[in-house]
Each structure stands twice: as structure tokens, then as C-alpha cells.
Design a protein around this ligand. Structure first.
Ligand SMILES: *Cc1c(COP(=O)(O)O)cnc(C)c1O
Length: 357
């Protein structure tokens, strides 16, 4: 029997993935040169599909990296001379902050306890911070920051660059790229692919900053995948190094499938499934939603508190459902349920029935 994966990444593969993989094999995508017209057409197609899906304007380029965490380093190297600013409320936003320290940036921190979220009114950006680092969906705790708050914050600080980690929620958040300078995700979460590709969206303001930093002789902006090099190659839909051609192809196909369904429908279905899960947790005596504030509850990674998570995971597994464990030290008190486009309303209903018993 096949399992259904409700894990927050790697996750259930999107139902069309296997078919696209077979087509890629039939077309020998794994062997084509990344300097060929065939590859440039693939990059261009994936770029177009992502632009439609996420409403990305021509001011922003779309680049490929090895993973999303690679982008933490790239964006800090390329967009921060001295100071970055981080909203931290869990393990992933904490790691973004840790990367800044590792790169010897002066990293400002605004921290909230695990399970709590940020509103625009909570946030004052330090005067000299150059890059504001936001995490749309804190995967460890199931907390989201609403895009409307991110947009308001940017309007309050229009001169600062804003970057959004949307790794475990894209394509759900409706970011306004007229305001958000940069965002990134990886494919093994809501895009329903195996791990192995990061996607970095960045605009001309980020590029201008990186070019300025490179002119300072003492400024190290990294050697690998600098924004100016990525941007230069992007002009002809190429990449500086040999990229994951197969996954760029597959991502384009999955994004095309998402566009066929329609982004509004995908967002609506995600919210419907999240409502079902939170309602179940709210009504249940054995479970409770971990995030108390409704407006901060993630739509894509639902975290529940329960007495014996290990038993719950075992029981679910016996019914062919793989549920995520609590993150780190929360293994003994929580479970995490990924609500990505790859799982249907029916599958979520079935999961709820199993959790009930
Ligand atoms: C998974 C995750 C990352 C890291 O992504 P990788 O593909 O493992 O590099 C970063 N941020 C968030 C919020 C995540 O959920």
C-alpha cells in the first residue's frame, strides 16, 4: 500500500510528478547541455509559469540554487554590507539569523516565543539595517506572518530591502512583488517535488546593491552564485554553473499544472483544508492547535499539541498516513501536518477520521 505523506518537506509528491518525470526521461532531459537552446527554452518556460503563478513582474529575476538555505547565504552576501534585521520565532528564522552571524554581518534580532507571530505594529526596523529578513511560514512552529503585514512594513520602510522566506508556503502567500524585493522557496514542500532545487526571486534593487558591494574591494560577496553573475546569465536563460536541468524542467511542468488549476483555486483549497484541520483540532479533546492567535496560524503547516504524539504517528502510519513529528524538542508534545496542494480535501478528511480514533 502507498502512504500519503502529510510531512512538511519532503512531502507528498504532486500527483502529476511521476508522469512528468517519465516524459523527461523519454526526452532525455538528463543528458542535454545547459548551454543548448533546449535548456534555454526550459528555463524560459519555467520562468514564465512561475511569473504567472506568483505574479512576478519584469523587475524581478528568477534564479536557481541548490536549496533554499543556500539563498539565506546568497541574499545576505549580496544585499547586506553591514547590517541585517531578522524576525525570529522558530528554528528556520533562527537559522537565517545564524547565517548572518556566520557571515560576520551585524544581525539585529526581534524575537518572539515559539508559537507566536508578528504583526506590523510589533516591528520597528533598526535605523541602519539594510535588509529586512522575514519568514512567511515558520515551519517548526506552524506560525505565519500575513502578507498584508509584510506589505505595510515595507511601506513604512520603503528604502530598505525586504526578503521573504516562503519556503514552506509558496505558492500560497499572495506577495506583492511591487513591494517585496526578494523571496525564495525550495521545491520539496508545497510544490510537491523531491528535494534538490532552490528558487530565488530578486529585483533590480537587490542587483544594484550587490553591484555596489562588489566595488568595495574589502567586501566579500561570495564566489558561488553571486547575484550579478546569476543575473548576467539569466539574460539569455542560462546559469553560471551546471544546474539541475531535470528539476528546472519538472518545476516548470508542476507550475503549469498549478496554473491550469488556477492559483485562486489552489489558495482557496488550501484554506478550506486548513479550516477543516483547525476546526477538528479546536473541537477535539485529544488535540489542540498549538498556535493560539488565529491570524498567525499557518495555512500550510498545521501544528497540534497532543499527549502522545508517538502513538498518533504510529496509528496514522498503520492507515497509510505519514504525519510529521513535532520539531526538535517538541517531538514529545506535538505533531505537524503539512497541507500542501498535493493532498486533496478527501485525503485530509481521511486523515481527520484516523486522528479522531
Ligand atoms: C525547509 C525550510 C528551509 C530550508 O530549505 P532547504 O531546501 O532544506 O534548504 C528554509 N526555510 C523554511 C521556512 C523551511 O521550511
Amino acid at each position: 500500500m502507498k502512504n500519503t505523506y502529510f510531512t512538511p518537506g519532503p512531502a507528498e509528491l504532486f500527483p502529476t510528478f511521476a508522469r512528468h518525470l517519465q516524459t523527461a526521461m523519454d526526452e532525455q532531459i538528463g543528458s542535454i547541455s545547459h548551454r543548448s537552446q533546449r535548456f534555454r527554452d526550459i528555463y524560459k518556460f519555467t520562468d514564465e509559469q512561475l511569473r504567472i503563478l506568483l505574479t512576478i513582474p519584469p523587475t524581478h529575476g528568477i534564479f536557481f540554487t541548490g536549496s533554499a538555505s543556500e539563498v539565506w547565504e546568497r541574499v545576505l552576501f549580496n544585499c547586506v554590507e553591514h547590517e541585517s534585521f531578522h524576525l525570529v520565532n522558530g528554528s528556520f528564522s533562527q537559522k537565517f539569523f545564524d547565517y548572518a552571524n556566520s557571515l560576520h554581518k551585524y544581525a539585529h534580532l526581534l524575537e518572539k516565543p515559539f508559537g507566536e507571530g508578528f504583526d506590523v505594529a510589533d516591528v520597528e526596523v533598526p535605523e541602519y539595517a539594510e535588509l529586512v529578513c522575514l519568514t512567511h511560514n515558520e515551519t517548526s512552529s506552524g506560525v505565519q506572518m500575513r502578507p498584508a503585514d509584510m506589505h505595510k512594513l515595507k511601506r513604512k520602510y520603503p528604502k530598505k530591502l525586504f526578503v521573504v522566506d516562503m519556503v514552506s508556503s509558496a505558492p500560497h502567500p499572495n506577495l506583492d512583488f511591487g513591494l517585496i524585493d526578494s523571496a525564495f522557496f525550495s521545491v520539496q514542500k508545497a510544490f510537491g517535488m523531491p528535494a534538490g532545487l532552490g528558487v530565488w526571486i530578486a529585483n533590480e534593487a537587490c542587483l544594484a546593491k550587490a553591484e555596489r558591494l562588489q566595488k568595495y574591494e574589502s567586501m566579500v560577496t561570495g564566489a558561488h552564485h553571486t547575484l550579478p553573475t546569476l543575473w548576467k546569465h539569466y539574460q539569455t536563460f542560462e546559469t553560471p554553473a551546471t544546474p539541475n536541468v531535470l528539476y528546472i524542467y519538472l518545476l516548470g511542468k508542476i507550475a503549469e499544472d498549478f496554473n491550469r488549476i488556477g492559483i485562486d483555486t489552489i489558495r482557496r483549497q488550501t484554506e478550506e483544508k486548513a479550516r477543516m484541520l483547525y476546526k477538528f483540532l479546536d473541537d477535539s479533546e485529544q488535540y489542540a492547535p498549538f498556535v493560539k492567535q488565529e491570524r498567525h496560524r499557518s495555512q500550510t503547516v498545521i501544528v497540534a499539541t497532543t499527549n502522545s504524539p508517538a502513538d498518533v504517528l504510529t496509528k496514522a502510519k498503520q492507515s497509510g498516513m505519514v504525519v510529521g513529528s513535532g520539531y526538535g524538542k517538541f517531538k514529545d508534545s506535538q505533531i505537524r501536518i503539512a497541507n500542501f496542494p498535493a493532498v486533496s480535501i478527501e485525503q485530509v478528511s481521511a486523515l481527520i477520521n484516523v486522528l479522531k480514533n
